[in-house]
Every structure is written in C-alpha cells, then in structure tokens.
Design a binder for this molecule. Structure first.
Ligand SMILES: [Fe+2]
Length: 128
C-alpha cells in the first residue's frame, strides 16, 4: 500500500500549497525530496506536492481530533480562507455535523477541496 499522495500544483506554487496545508493542520513542510515538497501527516501518510501543467482539482479529507479541529478551524478563519459545510460550496461560512461530529470544507490555493472531520464517514452517506 502506498503511503504517499501526490498533489498537483500550478508552476511555482507547490510550496505555497504545501505551506498552506501545513499551517492549517499544524504540520511541517519538507525538506524537499527530489521535485516533491512533502507534508507528512501524523498517521505516516505523506502528501507530496508537485508541479503539473494541467491541474485536476482533487478532494482530500483529514480525520482530526476535536481539539485539532478547533485549532485548524481557528486558523482557517484567522487567515480568511473560504470554508463551507458541503463539498459543492453551496453553504459558505458554515460547518456540518455529519456522523455526530464536525466537518468543514475549505479551498486550497490550487483549487483543491480540503476537508477536516472529527468523525469518520459512516456506512451510509449522510446529507448536509
Ligand atoms: Fe469528503
């Protein structure tokens, strides 16, 4: 099983996107590994930021504790990052309470939809 995910970024922005995510989640960036800018999460998965000519927006969700959610959400608001209760961005400025927890979606600088949740997704999809 792979323990890294490659994230695409416009030319010259892989450090911007890597630092953005690391700042929100209170993680470290780098050191640069070849042409990748890695951000390692607490469970050992590394997100490798790389440059792509063609960007395909992706979606990345991170399961965090309640305390980590509070801190990350405070940083999202403090930096003026747009956030939403839903991935289609129809509920801006709100969070959701799916699966008995809290969740919020937010935009990264390269248009990827990031998400932090405090409870794993359940067996059946819950609607916002
Ligand atoms: Fe999601």
């Amino acid at each position: 099983m792979s323990n890294s995910i490659t994230r695409s970024s416009r030319r010259g922005t892989k450090w911007v996107s890597a630092k953005f995510l690391a700042d929100i989640l209170n993680l470290e960036v780098g050191p640069e590994w070849g042409h990748f800018v890695p951000v390692k999460t607490a469970n050992g998965v590394t997100l490798d930021f790389d440059t792509r000519e063609e960007l395909r927006p992706g979606h990345y969700a991170f399961l965090v504790s309640d305390g980590e959610f509070d801190a990350a959400f405070a940083r999202i608001r403090a930096r003026g990052t747009r956030y939403y209760a839903d991935p289609r961005r129809t509920k801006p400025g709100e969070i959701n309470h799916l699966y008995g927890g809290r969740g919020v979606y937010f935009d990264d600088p390269n248009g990827h939809v990031m998400e932090i949740i405090t409870r794993p997704y359940g067996d059946r999809p819950e609607q916002i």
